[in-house]
Unconditional design. Structure first.
Length: 439
């Protein structure tokens, strides 16, 4: 079901209910007013007849035929039956000629009565020594009431249908900007990621347009990152593969020490290729939507111990751990696997650039809501203009033996887990501060 039809049905149904209630209220009030007006017509007719009777010259209290008078003298309005009788019950005059149709005049005021199977509404007025009774048929009242209600219902029905038609047109006009957005999206090419431009959009649709453009921007960045990763990975993997192939060819054509040396170089190239592939897969998992939550909760001290164990390969003498007293035992607010990988990569990078006789220092400190891991090496440092490239994929200095993915993985983990990563270059080495949120 389209949005236009759904809105039309909901609002149209509400219109019908409201109009029906209003029309019912109006028709009921109109019917009461009609009945009141017809009753007042009977009262006015009775009073008019009473006034005419008072003006007649002959006395009405006598007996005999001379006390009767003609109904033509009463000027009875059309559609109303009138009967004048004495207090003794003798009929002095009436507007109808049928003798069987005698109106009940024993009770004063309004009352309903049935005469010869017909229902009448009558009013009796006592004036002096006579009673004047006026009446009209209920059937004629109902017919008049129906005609009035029918005449009044026609404009209501036309107004209701007109309102529904205007509602349909109005909803269509209101949804026109949304249709323009749909048409603009439909006309775009499959690989088009430029911001969507739609003019004269209402304020309610501006957030939708902005969100759509932000989505295009994120998709464009993701595709660009994937293209760059593919190109860099192809370049980085081509070199060790070429080296492995060359060393294997040398080993096939030689013997003795040269043969063994070529095989050793080929094995080293295979190890480098294996490490690069592992780093690439880890980076893809971190930047993707895969979950690393294994249910294990670790505090900062446990993460530091595991990272030191992995980075030092069991020889912990190359890394000095300093834990300040204010470091809490609260679990970290990120998966333990990612925390260990991020800290291990920082320690690996520091060990590669630090002299053998100068151990790497790892310091744990606390900040409100965070734990700070500070990794310090005593290497030559890095040029100031190269600091901005440290977290780029496959970027490395000319003296670095790594593949240039370790710090990029740390940066991806920090962005995923709402942490921070800061580099501070000093003459005595590089300081890296990793802030990890607490639970």
């Amino acid at each position: 079901m389209s949005l236009r039809l759904r809105l039309s049905l909901i609002l149209g149904g509400a219109f019908v209910v409201i109009w029906a209630l209003a029309a019912t209220w109006m028709f009921r009030d109109l019917q009461n007013q009609m009945m009141f007006s017809l009753d007042q017509r009977l009262v006015a007719s009775a009073r008019m007849v009473a006034g005419l009777v008072d003006q007649l010259p002959q006395p009405l209290s006598g007996k005999g035929e001379d006390t009767r008078f003609s109904a033509d003298q009463l000027s009875i309005p059309d559609g109303i039956a009138c009967q004048v009788s004495s207090l003794r019950g003798e009929i002095l005059a009436r507007s109808h000629s049928t003798a069987d149709q005698v109106l009940d005049d024993q009770r004063s005021g309004f009352h309903d009565q049935q005469i010869d199977g017909e229902h009448w509404r009558s009013f009796t007025l006592a004036r002096g020594d006579v009673r004047i009774t006026t009446a009209d048929r209920q059937l004629e009242r109902e017919a008049l009431n129906r005609s009035v209600l029918l005449a009044a219902s026609a404009p209501v029905l036309v107004a209701l249908l007109g309102s529904i038609a205007m509602l349909w047109v109005g909803i269509g006009k209101g949804l026109a900007p949304l249709n323009r957005m749909r048409d603009a999206l439909r006309k775009r090419s499959v690989d088009s990621l430029e911001p969507l431009q739609v003019k004269a959009l209402p304020s309610e649709l501006q957030p939708l347009l902005e969100t759509q453009n932000q989505l295009f921007l994120r998709i464009g960045r993701t595709l660009e990152r994937e293209r760059r990763l593919t190109g860099d990975a192809a370049h980085e993997l081509r070199s060790p593969l070429t080296a492995i192939k060359t060393h294997l060819q040398v080993a096939r054509m030689t013997a003795g020490a040269t043969h063994e040396q070529a095989l050793d170089h080929a094995e080293q190239g295979a190890d480098r290729l294996h490490r690069t592939l592992e780093q690439l897969l880890l980076l893809a998992r971190v930047e993707g939507s895969l979950s690393f939550d294994d249910g294990v909760q670790c505090d900062a001290r446990q993460v530091a111990d595991w990272a030191i164990q992995d980075a030092s390969h069991g020889d912990r003498r190359g890394i000095e751990l300093h834990v300040l007293d204010d470091v809490p035992s609260t679990p970290l607010g990120m998966p333990s696997t990612l925390a260990v990988v991020a800290l291990r990569n920082l320690l690996d990078n520091a060990l590669r650039h630090s002299p053998a006789d100068a151990p790497v220092q790892l310091t744990l400190a606390a900040e409100p809501g965070f734990v700070c891991f500070t990794v310090r090496d005593f290497g030559p440092g890095i040029d100031a203009q190269d600091l901005q490239h440290l977290t780029e994929r496959f970027w490395r200095s000319t003296t670095s033996p790594g593949c240039g993915l370790g710090l990029a993985i740390v940066q991806a983990i920090v962005q995923r887990c709402a942490g921070t990563l800061h580099f501070n270059n000093t003459p005595n080495g590089l300081h890296v501060i990793l802030k990890v949120p607490l639970q």
